[in-house]
Design a protein around this ligand. Structure first.
Ligand SMILES: NC(=O)c1ccc[n+]([C@@H]2O[C@H](COP(=O)([O-])OP(=O)(O)OC[C@H]3O[C@@H](n4cnc5c(N)ncnc54)[C@H](O)[C@@H]3O)[C@@H](O)[C@H]2O)c1
Length: 319
């Protein structure tokens, strides 16, 4: 039987995920909701499902929801859906505060539903390559892993209100932090610097951070004030190194061996694959892994980067 979905939020990500769900034979989008009726009805028309206004009353018609609203709305929508016994795919970040994240972890557990956070970088071949290179131990233990993602200022108005987005660190760098922790585990300490390139911006638009892991460190460096764009990932291990050349090439150099190109799939469709993975886990009753605890850790690290920058000191994370 097809798994029935409700889409909450019909903007950029709601549109992308509902289109992907339409391509998955075992999935059915039953309804779409949005506070902006026009936007919601338009998407519902495109994917041939119902538009609903009072979505909480329609939860009995679906098995799972896809939460694609701005971050400030995630908490309430996750809690209502979990209490109705629905599985949840939520776009990053999980929530805006640790209190909310703790409540979400509890509600998901208590109501025995699955929650997956949309950490799509884990479905990009280049990012998967770094995980595989580290896990296979071909470059030894982690010494340093770094990630740079830079571009111009995005457009959504809610992004510039820290109460709605959490700022660039919480909204955007959550991806980088999740990637670094996927490789390095939970950091014991975090140091961060967040900066504004323009005094009139409501939020930071440059974020740098250093995470201390049990073995090695993770570094992120990002900007929303670099219209030239720049992306890089690199890994230095005790017995070799790996570097990304554009998003389609990763090269590895093990000590005493020639440089090798790590094969990457050219066919990848990461947003489709993350949704397919979510659906498969639900159907097979397997844990999604990229769950509320993972979202909670990323939030804790992002908030620590912001706090570190405010206080000008290292923030230690409890075990
Ligand atoms: N994984 C990624 O690559 C990626 C990329 C962009 C955005 N995101 C995340 O996806 C989420 C949505 O971002 P977006 O770019 O689609 O934003 P968007 O502004 O394009 O769309 C958000 C939609 O939610 C609606 N909305 C707002 N409050 C609502 C509420 N309380 N109930 C119902 N609808 C509501 C808005 O009317 C809008 O149509 C955010 O959490 C964002 O951080 C993820």
């Amino acid at each position: 039987m097809a798994l029935r979905f409700g889409i909450i939020g019909a903007g950029g990500m709601g549109r992308l995920h509902s289109r992907n769900l339409k391509r998955i034979p075992d999935a059915e989008v039953v309804w779409v909701t949005d506070v902006n009726r026009e936007v919601g009805e338009k998407l519902a028309g495109e994917i041939e499902c119902s538009f609903v206004k009072n979505w909480e009353r329609e939860l009995d018609k679906v098995d799972a929801v896809v939460v694609c609203t701005p971050p400030f709305a995630h908490f309430g929508q996750i809690v209502s859906s979990a209490r109705a016994g629905k599985h949840i795919f939520v776009e990053k970040p999980l929530a805006l505060t640790m209190r909310q994240a703790d409540r979400i972890v509890e509600e998901v557990k208590r109501n025995e539903v699955q929650l997956m956070v949309g950490y799509v970088l884990r479905f990009f071949p280049a990012f998967q390559a770094f995980k595989e290179i580290l896990v296979s131990e071909r470059v030894g233990d982690l010494v340093v892993v770094w990630i740079n993602r830079m571009g111009g200022l995005p457009g959504a108005p809610w992004l510039f209100d820290p109460k709605k987005s959490g700022g660039m660190t919480v909204e955007f760098n959550t991806h980088d932090v999740d990637f670094l922790c996927w490789l390095g585990g939970k950091p014991s300490a975090v140091y961060g610097k967040t900066l504004k390139s323009r005094a009139d911006l409501g939020i930071e638009d440059n974020v740098w951070g250093i995470l201390t892991f049990k073995k090695g460190i993770g570094i992120l460096g990002s900007s929303w004030s670099n219209p030239l764009g720049f992306s890089a990932i690199g890994l230095i291990g005790t017995r070799g190194v790996a570097i990304m050349k554009e998003y389609d090439k990763v090269i590895v150099k093990e000590t005493e061996r020639e440089v090798e190109e790590f094969p990457l799939s050219k066919e990848a469709d990461p947003y489709y694959e993350e949704m397919f993975y979510f659906l498969k886990c639900i159907k097979e009753g397997k844990p999604v892994g990229i769950d509320a605890e993972v979202g909670r850790l990323a939030l804790q690290v992002c908030l620590s980067i912001q706090r570190s920058s405010q206080l000008g000191r290292v923030i230690r994370l409890q075990e």
